[in-house]
Structure formats: C-alpha cells, structure tokens
Design a protein around this ligand. Structure first.
Ligand SMILES: [Zn+2]
Length: 174
C-alpha cells in the first residue's frame, strides 16, 4: 500500500526488529485468527481484478525484475477510483484502522495485481512501491508475507513497518 508524501519516521530499533520475529502471544493469536480471512480476501480481489488489468510495459517489466519480482509477465495493473474493501466486519474494521480505503491511499497490491488510483496511475514511484511488495511476496511466500505484514502493522503501525519502509526506500523519487 502506498500513501503520498514523504514520511519521516524513527527507524525500528534492534529490539523492535527482534520482537517482530518473536511477537507476544496476543499478537500471534490475533494474527493467526485474522490470517485465513485476510488471505482469502486478498486472493479473491486478485482473481476478480486481474482480467481488467493491463500487463507491465517492457520498461516496467525490467524495473520489476530489478526489484526482485519473479514473474513480471503475470503482473496486472488496474486503475480504480475506489479500492475494494472486505465485507467481513472484523476485517473491515482492521483494514480501516490501518488506512485502507482512505482517500490518501494511492496504491495497493493484491498478489500479482497492482491497484492504482487515477491520480497516481502515471507515477513510476507508486508502481515501484507496489512492485517491491510483490518482490517481498516472491521472496517470503504469500502466506508468510501476509502474516509478517499483519504482525508489523499490529506492532509497529503502517509508517514504521519494515516491509513498508523497504518499499518507500526502494520506490525512488516521485
Ligand atoms: Zn506499501
């Protein structure tokens, strides 16, 4: 997910990073409970939107490879005024709490589908940001990526989540 503007945040401390690898029991149980719903919704949106997406251009595919995306030919980019939100009430509450569905949300990725708002549809930085998330998924596996992302949101918040910080660091200039 990508929000506009620059964020100045305190880098995670070594203690915080090691806590993410060993989350407290309540975080583990919350994430274990949410994960199947998140994964199902994540894949459902991917399958629904993929037929409406465009493939990457040759230049974008080169960027994707450089960022570590395994199969850039399978990536689809969909431009939407409004991004889908989960129907499940618990999931919807969690999603909103972390900024999904906000006006400020410019990009999002669901599996191999990159969602962009019309105002950032031409922004190489926002596309790169989302491609970093695809590379993270390829690197970690989808379930492990989603689990880790949920743990980071829960423990660090969006702005200090290491997966997000990596995406912001590698997205380049706007
Ligand atoms: Zn992001």
């Amino acid at each position: 997910m990508a929000l506009p503007g620059c964020m100045i945040v305190r880098n995670p401390t070594p203690q915080e990073l090691s806590a993410l690898d060993n989350p407290p029991f309540e975080v583990q149980s919350k994430v274990a409970q949410l994960l199947p719903k998140v994964e199902a919704w994540y894949s459902e949106v991917e399958i629904q939107l993929a037929p409406f997406g465009r493939p990457l251009t040759a230049e974008e595919a080169r960027t994707a490879i450089e960022l570590g995306v395994a199969e850039p030919e399978k990536v689809r980019v969909v431009v939407l005024d409004e991004f889908p939100m989960p129907k499940d009430e618990q999931l919807l509450g969690e999603a909103k709490k972390h900024g999904l569905g906000n006006w400020s949300e410019g990009g999002r990725s669901n599996g191999r589908v990159v969602l962009l708002k019309p105002r950032v549809a031409q922004s190489p930085a926002v596309l790169r940001h989302e491609l970093v998330h695809l590379a993270q998924q390829d690197r970690m596996g989808r379930t492990a990526f989603l689990r880790r992302y949920l743990i980071e949101l829960e423990m660090m918040g969006y702005a200090r989540s290491p997966l997000e910080l990596e995406a912001y660091a590698r997205q380049g200039a706007h």
